[in-house]
Design a protein around this ligand. Structure first.
Ligand SMILES: N[C@@H](CCC(=O)N[C@@H](CS)C(=O)NCC(=O)O)C(=O)O
Length: 231
């Protein structure tokens, strides 16, 4: 925490409903934390969603960002673009239009086919049509694509960290954690290093800090409450 960081009061801020372990919520918290766009963070439990959140967003998934004018942003990637569009001190948004389109395309691949394979790999018992290995192999198509990118550059879009790295790594982490021994011995050394760097960073520890679950009629937590400059 730095003395120069001015702390707005949480009750005049946009409200973010979030669940600590959700990869979609992680990407939103990361973008908000690094943009410095302060919000009132309300950490919730999926099994006990607050009525306030469901009233704001009946689809009832996290993350949800409710702006002061009542606008509701209920897709994690839209929260990411909103935060970085307002403030991007780390330069996570590519200046180049083509690279921005590439970021969109890669994130779509992550959120679509890869996430679907990830869910089936993780919860294979619920999807008996195919084996866990089949599901893993289908997820590996995306891992291999990321590995190819990281063989020629340090980050997914080039030589600097970008919105694509921030939006995608929580899902790769989840895939890796589904069977750590397998992931450690899988032929994706660059991806393993990239993931390790992200998950061992102070910024990741910051967004993953255990915070008290929000209770209705109480103020949430000011987030971020310190400047983050390194990721
Ligand atoms: N497309 C949504 C997906 C969000 C999502 O599915 N979040 C999960 C948690 S990781 C959720 O809230 N699920 C509802 C539930 O489990 O009740 C987004 O990007 O924000």
């Amino acid at each position: 925490m730095s003395a120069s960081f001015s702390s707005p009061s949480p009750d005049t801020l946009p409200v973010l409903y979030s669940f600590r372990r959700c990869p979609y919520a992680m990407r939103a918290r990361l973008a908000l934390a690094y943009s410095g766009e302060a919000v009132e963070l309300r950490d919730i439990l999926l099994k006990d969603k607050p009525a306030e959140m469901i009233a704001a967003s009946p689809k009832a998934t996290v993350p949800v960002l409710v702006l002061q004018d009542g606008t509701v942003i209920e897709e994690s990637i839209d929260i990411v673009w909103w935060a970085l569009g307002r403030s991007d001190p780390m330069g996570w948004l590519p200046d180049d239009g083509e690279l921005r389109s590439e970021a969109h395309a890669l994130i779509q691949e992550n959120d679509g086919p890869f996430k679907s394979a990830l869910d089936k790999y993780k919860y294979f018992v619920r999807f008996p049509e195919k084996s866990q290995t089949d599901y893993r192999q289908s997820g590996e198509e995306f891992l291999a694509e990321l590995e190819r990118r990281l063989e020629k550059q340090a980050f997914l879009l080039g030589d600097r960290f970008s919105v694509a790295d921030a939006a995608i790594f929580p899902f790769i982490r989840q895939f890796a954690n589904s069977d750590r021994d397998w992931f450690k011995s899988a032929p994706y050394p660059k991806l393993q290093q990239w993931l390790e760097a992200r998950t061992s960073s102070d910024g990741f520890s910051y967004i993953m800090k255990k915070r008290p679950i929000w209770q209705p009629d109480t103020p949430g937590i000011l987030f971020p409450d310190c400047p983050l400059t390194d990721f």
